[in-house]
Write a protein that binds this ligand. Structure first.
Ligand code: NAD
Length: 472
């Protein structure tokens, strides 16, 4: 066993490693590193059977160098103050890395959602929103929550509805939370955004031939073997896109109550349908059950995608990890020590601060949509379609040839909201990876991708502070 280092300290270790490679004022670095505020609350819940239970919850706002602050909130029976502070800090750096104009925040409610009915979850969520509103810890320009572990569209709809009830007539109230259902002001593509971003990020990394060759791999995602831990929102979508868009082979998937493997590749949509029906992955036709779900972390594979919770790979199991690439879909799945150990063995680690940023990128699009009060694509779709039509026709007239029907159809349709959201996400992930690699190139052996990503974040956050004139 290794000595216990808190999650927030783990994040700060990565921060310090990057900070040591910069010349920034230590006082300013100290200000960036600190967590601005944490609101701890406890409130009563009447259970369906009449009992009263006290629920503990938190919201941490790590940095207000840009407002609103932004970050998900989770339902987890292991969440505590340290955890929300660490996750809020990661959000600060993540937002800077992918250029979305937010500070970092995170919330947590200490429950296991499986122990509560839908009605109880609704009462908890609405009360949580009420507590946040009462202390000015939520609002379109203040702090904007989103989905995270154990929460999804339904919880976001309850938050939005509660906030709107408390702020009658507030025009931008729907922008108080993102990840809402589309009918409640959500944006198309938010649900799959984090997993899709993970896929885009992995594609970018796998396209770098020298990084692949150094690990005995060929460039590209196609044909690579993948193991996924956590088959929730992020894990499911990452696995789905890796298989369906990338042509990768997902050879094992783990959930808290069991894991399955199939060396010839699992059909991700069929596996999801099976789990929804049976409540477990075990028994999925054609697969073999794995007794200890956590052992998937040690399976031989090209890409390991931890997509459940933090602290999954520690010094206790790092030496048995055999993946060549670790794609941090979850926040903080590797401890700082384990990360160093694996880097020393030549494993390519795609850091959480970059790789799972797709969620906040598309949340940003949703927030902008709510403030603009118009769906993306609504203004330009018809104009673009007609412009393309004119262009294609001119080419046909000049050449005497005709475009194939399917080409014409693709162009003439014009972009829908989901096309714009997905292409905006892809562009953001590609640009961020290129920036991180550039910084890594400049720093040479002193920086791995995580450290380079932190330096990218620091450069931008320091500039914001300088712009504010607080630390000239
Ligand atoms: P989720 O609740 O939808 O899914 C998590 C899944 O992991 C669940 O199915 C759960 O049963 C499973 N799980 C829990 N413990 C496990 C274990 N020990 N082994 C295997 N599986 C286990 O949550 P999510 O939104 O997919 O979040 C997963 C991770 O991704 C978290 O670290 C979260 O902070 C991070 N993340 C989420 C988003 C987002 O948009 N939802 C964005 C960025 C990062």
């Amino acid at each position: 066993m290794t000595a216990h280092i808190s999650f927030f300290e783990q994040v700060n270790r990565s921060f310090d490693k990057a900070a040591a490679l910069t010349d920034y004022d230590p006082t300013l670095l100290g200000q960036i590193r600190a967590c601005s505020s944490v609101y701890r609350m406890s409130f009563p819940l009447r259970r369906d059977d009449g009992r009263i239970e006290v629920i503990e919850a938190w919201r941490a706002e790590h940095s207000r160098h840009k407002t609103p602050t932004k970050g998900g909130f989770r339902y987890s029976h292991t969440v505590d103050e340290d955890e929300v502070m660490a996750l809020a800090a990661l959000m600060t750096y993540k937002c800077a890395i992918v250029n979305v104009p937010f500070g970092g925040a995170k919330g947590g409610v200490k429950i296991n959602r499986r122990d509560y009915s839908d009605g109880e979850l609704e009462r908890i969520t609405r009360r949580y929103a009420f507590e946040l509103a009462e202390k000015n810890f939520i609002g379109p320009g203040v702090d904007v929550p989103a989905p995270d572990f154990g929460t999804g569209e339904k919880e976001m709809a309850w938050i939005s509805d509660t906030y709107q009830a408390l702020t009658p007539g507030k025009l931008d109230a729907a922008a108080c939370v993102t990840g809402k259902p589309v009918a409640q002001g959500g944006v198309r593509g938010r649900k799959e955004a984090t997993g899709l971003g993970v896929y885009f990020g992995i594609c970018e990394a796998c396209a770098v031939e020298e990084d692949m060759t150094a690990r005995g791999l060929s460039a590209g995602v196609e044909g690579k073997t993948v193991v996924v831990q956590g088959f929730g929102n992020v894990g499911y979508h990452a696995a789905k896109f890796l298989q369906q868009r990338g042509g990768a082979k997902v050879v094992a998937v783990a959930e808290w109550n069991g894991a399955v493997q199939d060396p010839s590749g699992l059909d991700i949509d069929a596996l999801d349908a099976y789990r929804q029906e049976h409540g477990t992955l075990i028994g999925f036709p054609g697969s073999t059950a794995i007794e200890q779900p956590e052992s998937v972390l040690e399976m031989e594979c090209d890409i390991l995608v931890p997509a459940a919770l933090e602290n999954q790979i520690t010094m206790d199991n790092a030496s048995r990890v055999r993946a060549k690439i670790i794609a941090e879909a979850a926040n903080g799945p590797l401890t700082a020590d384990a990360s160093e150990h694996l880097l020393g063995r030549g494993v390519l680690i795609l850091p959480d601060t970059f790789l799972n940023a797709g969620g906040v990128v598309v949340s940003y699009f949703e927030w902008v949509k709510n403030l603009a009060h118009v769906r993306f694509g609504r203004l330009q779709k018809r104009w673009q379609s007609q412009a393309y039509h004119g262009l294609l026709k001119a080419v046909e007239d000049m050449t005497g040839a005709s475009f194939p029907k399917d080409v014409i159809q693709t162009f003439l349709r014009g972009p829908d909201e989901i096309d714009l959201v997905f292409s905006g996400l892809e562009e953001t992930m590609a640009a961020a990876y290129s920036e991180i690699r550039q910084v890594k190139g400049r720093l040479g052996d002193r920086a791995d991708l995580r450290t380079a990503a932190f330096v990218v974040a620091l450069d931008k956050i320091v500039t914001s502070y300088e712009d504010l004139g607080i630390f000239p």
